[in-house]
Design a protein around this ligand. Structure first.
Ligand SMILES: Nc1nc2c(c(=O)[nH]1)N[C@H]1C(S)=C(S)[C@@H](COP(=O)(O)O)O[C@H]1N2
Ligand SMILES: [Mo]
Length: 315
């Protein structure tokens, strides 16, 4: 059973213990485990652990965030099934800790790093971003993470590194969706290196101030807010610097429907449906579908990355 915050049968220590005592105890446990991330233990947390972070209002939308319930029960994570409710229902036996990430390819600082080592130098921020799924729905999510560009810098990519490729963990014993050939496992994604180092691109470790639930990509997932949601790969175990454009799961599975770029674009329809409008999850059955914005509303910040590129061909 996934741990859901709103399940009344599962009171959190934060609900039965005064908050300061609860936080103090978590810090103490974190220190004892030697796994302090922002002062909070991530060691086999029995409950979602609070993270320490600063709010980045400048890079956050002022639109109201979706509820924790929406964000954690309406998911795409095919490793746990293709239904929107499957990831929250079927990810309970996934173990996101301990975790390591391999840094490979065209960089000086390659090697295998524990999650804690990877995160240590990076202060966490909350950024409230829109997520626009290619299926024409959207959500607003308060992520907690840090710029991928800061990590890329630490890896010291060589001059040959033009792309960054990402790979999701492959664990069919814990991920029931991987027992079926829905996609060619493991899930892989990629960015151009200038997209990867853009200040809007983050690696997220939490949402709503708590460590990521399994269904949202625990313990570490990418968030690229101006691209369709499928670029935001979950449960990352490898970050590889490459000279050539890397393969991506959805492009490999249906190349006419999903390109490498996948920039949100209301003017380029998916072959089977329009991308002009979107349905905000949780907004109510009678609420109007709202217009989709170029680059998901982040055009001012990112359009310059694509100057001279034909966005109809490079969809
Ligand atoms: N490994 C992996 N990452 C993935 C997916 C997936 O199926 N597997 N789905 C993608 C899609 S289509 C979307 S819309 C977002 C959804 O993220 P969320 O469930 O946290 O809202 O995750 C993306 N990352
Ligand atoms: Mo998506």
């Amino acid at each position: 059973m996934p741990k859901r915050r709103r399940d009344p049968s599962m009171a959190l220590p934060s609900e039965i213990t005064p908050r300061e005592i609860y936080l103090g105890r978590r810090r103490l446990l974190g220190a004892l485990a030697g796994l302090a991330i922002g002062g909070t233990s991530l060691a086999s947390s029995p409950v979602p652990a609070r993270l320490t972070y600063r709010k980045n209002a400048a890079l956050s939308t002022t639109e109201p965030p979706n509820s924790y319930e929406d964000i954690t029960t309406y998911n795409n994570f095919y490793e746990f099934g293709t239904g929107k409710a499957d990831p929250s229902r079927l990810s309970g036996s996934f173990r996101p800790r301990p975790w390591t990430v391999a840094i490979t390819g065209e960089a000086e600082q390659t090697g295998t790093y524990t999650l804690e080592d990877l995160l240590k130098p990076h202060p966490l921020e909350e950024r409230i971003y829109r997520l626009r799924c290619v299926e024409a729905w959207s959500m607003v999510i308060p992520w907690v993470g840090f710029p991928l560009g800061d990590l890329v810098k630490r890896c010291r990519p060589t001059s040959r590194a033009k792309y960054v490729a990402f790979r999701t963990v492959e664990r069919p014993s814990e991920m029931p969706g991987q027992r079926f050939p829905v996609l060619d496992w493991p899930y892989v994604e990629g960015l151009r290196i200038d997209e990867a180092t853009h200040p809007l691109t983050i690696l997220a470790v939490g949402l709503y101030g708590e460590v990521l639930p399994n269904q949202n990509g625990a313990p570490l997932r990418l968030v690229v807010p101006w691209k369709y949601g499928f670029k935001s790969i979950k449960s990352i175990v490898e970050i590889r610097f490459t000279e050539r454009q890397p393969p991506t799961s959805w492009n490999r599975s249906a190349p006419h429907e999903y390109g490498f770029y996948a920039n949100v674009n209301p003017e380029v329809d998916h072959p089977r449906w329009s991308q002009a409008r979107e349905r905000r999850i949780g907004a109510g059955v009678f609420s109007a579908r709202q217009p989709t914005l170029p680059f998901n509303g982040y055009a001012d910040q990112v359009a310059a990355l694509y100057r001279g590129l034909d966005l109809r061909k490079n969809y």
